[in-house]
Design a protein around this ligand. Structure first.
Ligand code: SAH
Length: 224
């Protein structure tokens, strides 16, 4: 998989890909992540990428020219399955969407800033708009990091224990069951007996029941 992230703040996105599962997936060659500085595609003297909004009002708007130049240059090199724009009015990211995105070969993620991008970019270049929740961020970079993280960890081989991602919350529309580790007894706070029994089938049943119970209590909407 290849993820090309178009941003005016590439430095903001360096760290998330330099640690843990994402770093290992990149080192293993499972995914290539490129941070593309939108300013490199600006023809403006000061490399600016934004301008005043037509019709007035507060806030700058990211212009179509540098974005179009950048996307054209990328598309000249390869085909893209999706050109994603991070936006609070997009479809809200969920595990089902991440699962789908993890099967793609190449995607672009465009990070907005200021008041967002010129609507013509969205109309003509963007194939999918994703929000990471009903709140407004200062820019699309953190959203791009969240989307990439949730997708990359699902690529087979990214997580060392292959089954681990499949038992996370939201796979099968259930929340994950509680987990425990040593010590089995911490000052009288005990781990459920069944987890120490070594009986795999019973443990699996217990975990499933706990998942169901937790989902009923916390997210009944998932069971509909
Ligand atoms: N004026 C816009 C918000 C702009 S916020 C509006 O009211 O809808 C600046 C940029 O941050 C956006 O262009 C988008 O790329 C990013 N962003 C903000 N909130 C986001 C969210 N919840 N999910 C994904 N991207 C978001």
């Amino acid at each position: 998989m290849r993820i090309d992230i178009i941003t005016v703040l590439p430095q903001l996105l360096e760290s998330p890909f330099q640690h843990s599962i994402l770093k290992r997936a990149i080192d293993k060659g499972l995914v290539e992540v490129n941070l593309i500085n939108l300013r490199d595609y600006s023809t403006h003297k000061q490399k600016s990428v934004d301008d005043y909004a037509f019709g007035g009002g507060a806030g700058m708007v990211m212009g179509i020219e540098p974005i179009a130049n950048c996307i054209h240059a990328l598309k000249a090199e390869r085909n893209y399955d999706e050109v994603i724009y991070t936006s609070p009015d997009g479809e809200v990211l969920n595990q089902k969407m991440s699962n789908h995105l993890s099967t793609l070969n190449n995607m672009i993620i465009l990070c907005g800033h200021y008041k967002g991008v010129d609507q013509r970019v969205r109309d003509h270049f963007i194939t999918k708009e994703i929000s990471i929740g009903d709140y407004v961020l200062s820019g699309g970079e953190l959203a791009a990091a969240v989307i990439s993280d949730s997708v990359i960890r699902l690529i087979p081989g990214a997580i060392s224990d292959e089954t681990s991602a499949l038992t996370d919350s939201f796979q099968d529309n259930l929340l994950a069951p509680p987990v425990y580790t040593r010590p089995a007894d911490y000052m009288g706070m005990k781990v459920p007996e069944i987890l120490l029994s070594g009986h795999t089938a019973n443990i699996e049943n217990w975990r499933h029941e706990q998942s169901l119970e937790r989902t009923k209590q916390r997210r009944p909407d998932l069971l509909k």
